[in-house]
Unconditional design. Structure first.
Length: 328
């Protein structure tokens, strides 16, 4: 069975975008692949996080993994920081990476372009840690959104460079990008991605949002003056985003949805999108509260850490022997 790995950085509460673009796909993949899914808590601290909020977000994220349908009997779920080998391999890989590669990483480039101050070294180097997260497990596939493909490409480049220098050590992973719903956009500004860390919560639907609030956000979503439910990301980004959301949650093709709403106003369309979203959230939230009350989460994370720790430890030992830093 091929191995697949992915993770989410819960720097805020998980969103509908996280569900459509990532979590739902993890659930679909768990029957087909050996699925490793982690909570990327080390990546959260590249910028300051309130410790109490971070602890809450991490626990909620892990609980939502289960609530969205990940089965710990099929998928291995763990906390990134529980596996110390990630960070140690990350430093070794940093010594096999180049400044020019990190200068080209999108998040860093965007912050430099905005002339942001106090950019941490961690934010600059975290793509190398992400490469470590991926290649330490010799995974075959990494499901990511289009905006994260660059990170998998960097992991591939570093793995290939290491293999060339020290002999075959790492498997070369492939990015796997879903055709529909890979990038859910902000409801207020549909030209940017829906983000859990955005200051304006009106554009973002959180998986634990009150259903009335979620419905209001959909009904208030920015559209256009075309008065035509049509998919056109350039001319109608808001409507296109709502079409993507509805298609992703119902599996109905976008073209079919467009046909059903010809000649029908945006109000009716938004209401039905809101209905679909609220049904999805209600189901997730019901399971979330059941799991939270059952107190099984700690055991799930402990079991996951135990399984992957053995794999990560073996791989790190192999790497350290090959580069010559182990003397025993």
């Amino acid at each position: 069975m091929k191995r697949m790995l992915s993770g989410i950085k819960p720097s805020g509460q998980l969103t509908l975008g996280n569900y459509i673009g990532a979590l739902r796909n993890f659930v679909n993949y768990q029957d087909e692949y050996e699925m490793f899914v982690f909570i990327a808590n080390l990546h959260c601290i590249t910028v300051y996080q309130d410790p109490q909020e971070l602890r809450t977000n991490l626990r909620d994220a892990a609980t939502l993994y289960l609530a969205c349908g990940l089965d710990p009997k099929k998928a291995t779920i763990f906390l990134q920081s529980d596996i110390k080998e990630h960070a140690q391999l990350g430093f070794i890989l940093a010594c096999n990476s180049y400044q020019g590669e990190l200068n080209r990483m999108t998040q860093y480039k965007e912050k430099i372009a905005k002339k942001e101050k106090s950019i941490t070294v961690g934010l600059y180097t975290y793509p190398v840690l992400m490469a470590s997260d991926i290649i330490i497990y010799d995974c075959d596939f990494v499901p990511v959104g289009e905006d994260q493909k660059q990170h998998v490409e960097l992991a591939r480049d570093i793995a290939e460079r290491f293999n060339n220098n020290y002999g075959q050590t790492f498997n070369i992973p492939q990015p796997l990008i879903p055709q529909v719903g890979a990038r859910i956009m902000d409801l207020v500004d549909p030209t940017k991605k829906m983000s859990k860390s955005d200051d304006n919560a009106k554009g973002c639907i959180y998986l634990l949002d009150d259903l009335k609030i979620a419905r209001k956000k959909i009904m208030s979503a920015v559209t256009d003056n075309e008065a035509n439910v049509h998919y056109d990301k350039t001319k109608q980004p808001g409507i296109s985003n709502l079409l993507t959301i509805m298609s992703s949650l119902t599996t109905e093709p976008i073209a079919s949805i467009e046909a059903r709403y010809q000649g029908i106003g945006y109000g009716t369309f938004k209401k039905e999108v809101a209905d679909v979203v609220c049904v999805t959230l209600a189901s997730i939230q019901d399971r979330y509260h059941q799991i939270k009350a059952s107190d099984i989460l700690d055991q799930v994370l402990a079991d996951g850490a135990k399984k992957v720790s053995a794999i990560a430890s073996k791989k790190l030992h192999e790497v350290q022997v090959k580069i010559g830093i182990e003397i025993k």
